[in-house]
Design a protein around this ligand. Structure first.
Ligand code: NIG
Ligand code: FE
Length: 411
């Protein structure tokens, strides 16, 4: 995955810089050298531990740039209701959806949230993800939002997974503010954001900009205030309708605009002009039973540095699996396997301000890598629904290992 020090666009998305019969030399938590085995072998001394990857694919850990991994309860009941014809919006309108998870999350203690979060952290690692962007957003009171962000901090300290925290107090208008929307927006701006910034609990701020949720004007108030507190900006944009979220993200020079299932050509051009990275989330389209996927090919043709992520959450996208997302991106959005790998590693790392740190296996970067039990990277999206990682390393340390039926045979 070596390449220029910038997010990949156009034809560069397909350049994976694969090294056949390769090796990596790691010291502590850093990559010191990457090359052909015969170039690396002379560096081995008696202090080294040698790990034989057995001719498997070794690649950077996935960077999942959009997740909601801290919440109370599950919503398998709503999943069943959708099989009987209810839509996501209908379920939300009758008090389910995000509001159901908000009730369960408010009732959960910090300890409960960390306990559930550890279970999901293990799922991410098992699927080869080494860094997740993690949003709050199921508390919607100052104390409950802080509780979620503190849970994320604790998960970062107590699991091998890396977390990049995002404050999403504007995930929904809480029930008690339905007729006083501006009062809730003011609460976010005047109370929540200052506390989050003061306690350094988030690097980014996000808003669910959507019909019946936050208008572009309300989103602008929140995100421009976040900017003043030094937070980066991400936007849930044009997910269920063309709500203007992509244009807003461009106006605010956001790091990312996420979802974009309804974004039109004007929105794509605005993202390009403002260098906003699109984060595409086909897992939520799939799990909601829709067929309206984001226009990935148009975005790539327009020169956007596309990112893929799971949107892991208990409602619209209950999957921690980046390989599943890669498979959906190939079959439903016609991205090539190589493009999906770039979008899920190096581009995702840049979208989180960590392009120089993670996302590729290059000298000087953190040693976050996965030994996949396949002989060809294209097998990752091809064998869908299989957990391929054989060994997962974060900062040079083994974070997850699975015994399988030996090395893959290669002709
Ligand atoms: O990204 N779009 C808003 N938020 C989530 C859904 C959260 C939920 O249903 O609990 C999403 O799809
Ligand atoms: Fe989301």
């Amino acid at each position: 995955m070596a390449g220029a020090r910038r997010p990949r666009t156009g034809g560069d998305l397909r350049q994976l810089a694969i090294i056949e019969d390769g090796a990596i030399f790691i010291r502590g938590d850093r990559i010191e050298a990457v090359g052909r085995r015969r170039e690396i072998e002379p560096l081995i001394d008696s202090d080294c531990e040698v790990i034989d990857a057995g001719r498997r694919v070794v690649m950077p850990g996935f960077v999942d740039a959009h997740t909601h991994p801290v919440f109370g309860g599950v919503r398998a009941n709503e999943f069943e209701q959708r099989t009987a014809g209810s839509t996501y919006r209908e379920i939300a309108a009758r008090g389910g959806g995000i509001r159901a998870t908000v009730r369960a999350t408010r009732n959960a203690s910090l300890t409960d949230l960390v306990k559930a979060g550890k279970r999901y952290a293990a799922w991410f690692l098992r699927n080869g993800t080494t860094t997740v962007e993690a949003k709050s957003g199921y508390g919607l009171t100052t104390e409950d939002e802080l509780k979620i962000l503190r849970a994320i901090k604790q998960l970062k300290d107590e699991t091998p997974l890396n977390y990049v925290p995002t404050f999403l107090g504007a995930h929904d208008i809480p029930f008690e503010y339905k007729s006083r929307r501006q009062v809730y927006v003011d609460l976010i701006v005047k109370e929540m954001l200052p506390r989050v910034a003061e306690e350094k609990l988030a690097e980014y701020c996000d808003v669910f900009c959507e019909e019946d949720v936050f208008t572009t004007d309300e989103s602008w108030q929140i995100l421009s205030a976040a900017r003043c507190h030094g937070l980066g900006v991400r936007v849930h944009a044009d997910q269920l309708s063309l709500s203007g979220g992509a244009r807003l993200a461009a106006e605010l020079n956001a790091a990312t605009a996420d979802h974009l299932e309804h974004t039109d050509a004007t929105g794509i051009a605005a993202l390009k002009a403002a260098k906003v990275q699109p984060v595409l989330l086909p897992g939520s389209v799939y799990a909601l039973g829709s067929s309206r996927y984001a226009a990935a090919r148009e975005m790539i043709d327009a020169g956007l540095a596309v990112v893929l992520a799971t949107d892991f959450n208990p409602g619209s996208s209950p999957t921690p699996s980046m390989p599943m997302i890669l498979s959906l991106a190939c079959t439903q959005m016609k991205m090539t396997p190589a493009e999906t790998i770039s979008a899920a590693t190096i581009n995702a790392a840049y979208s989180l301000g960590r392009g120089d740190e993670i996302g590729s296996l290059e000298k000087g970067k953190g040693a976050d890598f996965v030994i996949q039990d396949v002989a060809d990277y294209r097998e990752l999206p091809y064998w869908f629904g299989v957990e391929h990682p054989w060994r997962v390393y974060v900062s040079g340390k083994l974070a997850c290992a699975r015994e399988q039926n030996g090395a893959v045979a290669r002709p």
